[in-house]
Design a protein around this ligand. Structure first.
Ligand code: ZN
Length: 243
């Protein structure tokens, strides 16, 4: 198979995120024409930990001597033999399912988001991410843990029918970009913003935008509500239109 036609499916970048691990293990049981599958951080998967010494998805292109830094070096060699990489992550945050990229969206990114019926593409910082290796040919899928919609069976059906170049899809996907703003529980208490009333990817109302110091002229949404520890509130993303 030509490298440019080969799709690499990556699971277990974070070892405690099981959807991708199950998908990779299912794919590895059979031969597929266009697909290869790999557990990114096998030791972390074995121990059911996000990482062993350093977060692989925050250190991928950064210098260091940890297990994950060494792992990144060997993963890069494998990545060079793939035309496109699709990576799976899980979040405990509800209604946060989306595609994640670290560059300007291209046709492949948008088509994949629609193909998986995610219809939301989030642009996150490139630095340290596994996708920094080749952002134009890399697409991460963030799914709620134990999702009733995104079951391993559903994902396997979609993946096994996938070929490069990805087929053009109808409809529109919403595009969002991380603003770099993060609010913690203590910030929200001080600003009198009720986190219970917020939904991921649902626009802040005018009153909350005022309280959070966000421009009233733009559409902002919370993302990853409650994802990172008990003190974490949410990140803020800016709506960038539809594609
Ligand atoms: Zn993850």
């Amino acid at each position: 198979m030509k490298i440019e036609n080969k799709i690499l499916i990556l699971g277990g970048t974070h070892g405690n995120e099981k959807t991708g691990v199950s998908v990779v293990k299912s794919l590895q049981r059979k031969e597929y024409k266009n697909l290869e599958a790999l557990i990114a951080n096998p030791k972390a998967v074995e121990k059911n930990l996000r990482f062993i010494e350093a977060d692989l998805n925050r250190n991928f292109d950064l210098p260091g001597k940890t297990y994950e830094h060494k792992l990144a070096k060997s993963l890069k060699k494998t990545f060079k033999k793939s035309g496109f990489i699709i990576e799976f992550h899980n979040t405990k945050s509800k209604s946060n399912d989306c595609g994640i990229i670290v560059t300007k969206p291209n046709k492949a990114h948008i088509n994949l988001a629609k193909y998986f019926k995610l219809n939301k593409v989030l642009i996150m910082p490139r630095k340290g991410s596994v996708s920094s290796f080749n952002p134009d040919n890399f697409f991460s899928i963030e799914l709620e843990r134990n999702s009733k919609i995104y079951t391993v069976k559903y994902i396997m059906e979609k993946l096994s029918a996938l070929e490069l170049p990805f087929p053009t899809q109808n409809g529109l996907a919403d595009l969002f970009e991380f603003t770099g703003k993060t609010f913690y529980k203590k910030d929200l208490a001080r600003a009198n913003v009720d986190i219970q009333k917020l939904t991921n990817f649902k626009a802040f109302n005018k009153s909350d935008k005022k309280k959070l110091g966000l421009s009233l002229d733009l559409i902002y949404v919370p993302i990853f509500i409650g994802e990172y520890g008990k003190d974490f509130g949410f990140h803020v993303a800016l709506f960038k239109g539809q594609r």
